[in-house]
Design a protein around this ligand. Structure first.
Ligand code: HEM
Length: 235
């Protein structure tokens, strides 16, 4: 056993090997991809109405006596941090290796990894804005947003309706959602590759599956601000 192996237990060796980091990106990617589907399903309740949406928001906040939402937040944050850190570290490593040997295919790969990193960073900025918007609720107070059906609780449904009456906010959401879905479609494709599920035979089907999933998530998320702003849904 050499010095570096002795000082680095197996858990940290996952990080020091590039295969280990690729696996971490794929596994955390699966969690984030599934979170998006779950979050979208919950958000689409906005179309069912105030009661359904506020019941859902109340359930999230009272799960496991209020501990559930915090457990989910911590797990989600840890997943996101590992996903971003491993991606940045792999990109840096690839860039260093490529500097030594550049040709057309390498330049193409460099371009798509640059797109992935920039779309990833915009999504990160969106998440910070989104958390301030709907989780910290910087511009909504509990007094003006009381649920008329149950005065004991916050009217999350009206918060979403009011949140999307500003065209600039809607535009930012649409841009972020589009980048997110382009990131998602590339990400799901590479996830299959890393997990060894992509072969010449399955590549076509898996690419269609990734693209279809990304489009479905895009349509679902974009339908909410667009319906509220343009079709005045809820007003
Ligand atoms: C039209 C699109 C979206 C709507 C209407 C929406 C709505 C909401 C609402 C209402 C909350 C607050 C939940 C609560 O605390 O009661 C929330 C939280 C959150 N959303 Fe979204 N969301 C949208 C898109 C997204 C996207 C695309 C992502 C991921 C990139 C995302 C990630 C999150 C996260 C991480 C939270 C924090 C959960 C928490 O700790 O409370 N959302 N969203």
């Amino acid at each position: 056993m050499n010095d570096s192996t002795r000082s680095c237990p197996s858990i940290c060796r996952i990080w020091t090997s590039s295969i280990g980091r690729k696996m971490l990106v794929a596994l955390t990617g699966i969690v984030l991809t599934l979170f998006l589907a779950g979050h979208l399903a919950g958000n689409l309740l906005v179309f069912v109405g105030r009661e359904a949406f506020n019941d859902y928001a109340e359930f999230l906040h009272h799960m496991l006596h209020g501990a559930g939402v915090w457990i989910a937040r911590i797990l989600l944050l840890a997943t996101l941090v590992i996903h971003v850190a491993a991606t940045i570290s792999l990109t840096r490593e690839n860039r260093a290796a490529r500097n030594a040997y550049e040709h057309k295919a390498v330049i193409q790969a460099k371009k798509s990894s640059l797109i992935m990193i920039w779309s990833g960073l915009t999504i990160l900025a969106f998440i910070i804005f989104h958390l301030l918007h709907f989780t910290v609720r910087v511009s909504y107070n509990d007094v003006d947003f009381v649920d008329p059906l149950d005065p004991e609780r916050f009217d999350a449904w009206r918060m979403v309706i009011v949140g999307f009456t500003n065209p600039l906010v809607v535009l930012f959401y649409i841009i972020a959602m589009s980048l997110l879905c382009s990131h998602l479609s590339h990400g799901v494709q590479s996830m299959f590759q890393t997990l060894g599920l992509r072969s010449k035979k399955t590549a076509g089907l898996l690419d269609k599956l990734s693209l279809g999933y990304a489009w479905l998530i895009w349509l679902g998320f974009v339908s909410i601000p667009v319906a509220i702003l343009i079709f005045k849904f809820g007003r």
